[in-house]
Design a protein around this ligand. Structure first.
Ligand code: CP
Ligand code: NVA
Length: 303
């Protein structure tokens, strides 16, 4: 059987994703009961980070430990990759030593190249274009608070970035409506938008996107690797701040999500992110459970 990878949400079928979210909720209950469940005893995950991380690193490392396995952290600049060893060679070498590899890097093509040369499952821990692991946690969080998301309306406010692209893919796979509002010049990739068909709508302004929405989502204005553009972006993105006024246009029971790290006073006000509609801490905690379900799914037949 061909090795399964998780480079975008499109690598799993809608049915597999649904089962994975349900399994994540079950694994969370097992963990909260204090029960030991170690399906990945003696299994090893290598984690290659070419960008910083708090949540992704800790959730994968803790998840592997709780499953009875082990995770190896390769820091940005801390391996031969940082000195120019071809990613293809690293993929071949690590495939003979570990059971799965997680990568956080810049160009998405880099994880695709790695996966083509790997014989173990490869997981995208964030690229410039996609962040699918975060969407597993976001969908789990929605299901826990509100049940099925099919037919609901989600508003994405801000940059057409990696998180926005993964929300577009989620709209396809989980069958919800996504309304996007972004500043001119910061649109999501047309190919990603077009592939989602009528599930995705680009709105003229944040108010139109948020009106009546069940979930409002935003992200930083300058992503990792865009630090030098931050000042310019702050000015352009200012009208796209998610604040109390914007949230008041959404459905009365709308939830607010943000993958974190957040900048209070920029893309979101403290009143919203620390307010009653925000579920950002559940979102962050669910990274652990959703990724444990993913690891179990990708590695189960090897156990
Ligand atoms: N949301 C997220 O991926 O956080 P980290 O950058 O801390 O991993
Ligand atoms: N868009 C952000 C997400 C961080 C988790 C970035 O790429 O930096």
């Amino acid at each position: 059987m061909a090795t399964r990878h998780f480079l975008t949400l499109l690598d799993l079928s809608p049915e597999e994703l649904q089962r994975l979210i349900e399994r994540a909720m079950e694994l969370k209950r097992i963990h909260q009961r204090g029960d030991h469940y170690e399906p990945l005893r003696n299994r090893v995950l290598a984690m290659i980070f070419e960008k910083s991380s708090t949540r992704t690193r800790v959730s994968f490392e803790a998840g592997m430990a709780q499953f009875g396995g082990h995770a190896i952290y390769l820091a940005p600049g801390g391996s031969q990759i940082g000195r120019g060893e071809p990613i293809e060679d690293t993929a071949r070498v690590l495939s003979g030593m570990v059971d799965a590899v997680m990568i956080r890097t810049f160009a998405h093509e880099r994880v695709e190249t790695f996966a083509r040369h790997a014989s173990v499952p490869v997981i995208n821990g964030l690229t410039n274009e996609f962040h699918p692991c975060q969407l597993l946690a976001d969908m789990q969080t929605w299901f826990e608070h509100r049940g099925p998301i099919r037919g609901r309306t989600v508003a994405w406010i801000g940059d057409g970035n990696n998180m926005c692209h993964s929300y577009i893919n989620a709209a396809r796979q989980f069958d919800f409506r996504l309304r996007i509002s972004h500043p001119e010049g910061y649109a999501p990739l047309p190919s990603v938008v077009e592939a989602a068909g009528d599930r995705v709508e680009i709105c003229p302004g944040p108010e139109e996107a948020v009106r009546g929405a069940d979930l409002v989502v935003t992200d930083v204005w300058a992503s990792m690797g865009q630090e030098e553009e931050a000042q310019e972006r702050n000015a352009v993105f200012a009208p796209f701040q998610v604040n109390e006024r914007l949230m008041s246009l959404a459905a009365p029971d709308a939830l607010f999500m943000h993958c974190l790290p957040a900048h209070r006073g920029e893309e979101v006000t403290a009143g919203v992110i620390d307010g009653p509609q925000s579920v950002v801490w559940d979102e962050a905690h669910n990274r652990l459970h959703a990724q444990k379900a993913l690891l179990e799914h990708l590695l189960a037949r090897r156990v």
